[in-house]
Design a protein around this ligand. Structure first.
Ligand code: AMP
Ligand code: MG
Length: 291
């Protein structure tokens, strides 16, 4: 199953979220099969990240956006647990601090983009500046409406500098959201996740849908595609996202870097010295006179 083709928003495509089934499970796969396959993808992501880090030429930026309780945190926990923390980072975007608010909206995002060899996950992102800002009228339309072009330019700059960008919108239904809020209210382990604003934001659902549709239509590009992921079923959400990440990383042609030193010479020099002295850990300074 090619989930990239299935769920991508083609550049210029109209998006009607009401027509995309959030309970879709993409085919006949059972939950058990999906869990096993997701585990294989997570292992592969780990192996590919090792190559990305070793090579240090390209990088990967994963953007997660969604309404509350759609599973952004779950995606981070389930799919990125296999990657080496050295070379990986998760960045959460909250209300801008005074310093952030004093700068252009891309400033804080640009500071946290991945360096060469790194994987960065944006849990929310610069897209909040055309989503929550629009819905709550935190800036006038004359300000936020210019941001789509700025975002496209920004992401093109990253892409041209070796960063692959994958953007996922986790698509859930209002009923599923309500059920998850209820779990958060009732399960002591999840109480900390619920707040009154979750319920008040929910009343703005259709405004958020409008804002998301515009963002998806105007900023899904060849260099930074959006994927709308059916997310009512957590197991399918994880399967689809992990598969798209693996497929993309496979396309990056990641290889171990070429050896930059003369291995034969180093082996001859140090391995021989080690045997002579009868212990491991000989430093170059101990290697003997004339070395
Ligand atoms: P959470 O993801 O639950 O930690 O909540 C973070 C909150 O910060 C959400 O309500 C976001 O909408 C809000 N937020 C993130 N970015 C911005 C922004 N640029 N302007 C205003 N609010 C934001
Ligand atoms: Mg929240």
């Amino acid at each position: 199953m090619n989930h990239r083709k299935q769920f991508v928003v083609e550049p210029g495509q109209k998006v009607r979220l009401a027509k995309i089934n959030p309970s879709d499970t993409g085919g006949p796969e059972s939950r058990e099969e999906a869990l096993a396959e997701t585990q294989r993808h997570v292992a592969r992501m780990d192996a590919l990240q090792y190559l990305l880090y070793a090579n240090a030429e390209q990088s990967l930026l994963v953007v997660l956006q969604a309404l509350d309780a759609a599973g952004k945190d779950g995606v981070v926990r389930h799919l990125f647990s296999g990657m080496n923390p050295q070379g990986t980072a998760v960045v959460g975007f909250r209300q801008p601090t005074p310093i952030e608010a004093a700068h252009d909206f891309l400033w804080r995002a640009h500071q946290r983009t991945p360096g060469k060899g790194e994987v960065v996950i944006f849990n929310r992102s610069h897209y909040e500046d055309v989503l929550v800002v629009r819905v709550h009228k935190l800036a006038p339309k004359s300000v936020w409406s210019k941001r789509y072009t700025m975002i496209n330019d920004f992401e093109r700059t990253l892409r041209q500098n070796g960063t692959r960008i994958l953007k996922f919108f986790l698509h859930i239904s209002p009923d599923e959201q309500l059920a998850r809020f209820k779990q958060r209210l009732e399960d002591p382990a999840r109480n900390w996740k619920i707040s009154e604003s979750d319920y008040s934001e929910r009343e703005l659902w259709s405004d958020y849908v409008d804002a998301y549709q515009d963002a998806l239509e105007q900023t899904s590009t060849k260099h930074a595609p959006w994927y709308v992921i059916p997310a009512n079923h957590k197991w399918f959400r994880n399967l689809a996202i992990s598969r798209i990440i693996v497929d993309t990383m496979e396309d990056m042609n990641l290889k171990l870097p070429p050896t930059r030193v003369d291995l034969a010479q180093i082996r001859a020099k140090y391995h021989a010295a080690e045997q002579e002295q009868g212990f491991r850990g000989t430093s170059p300074a101990d290697a003997g006179p004339g070395e």
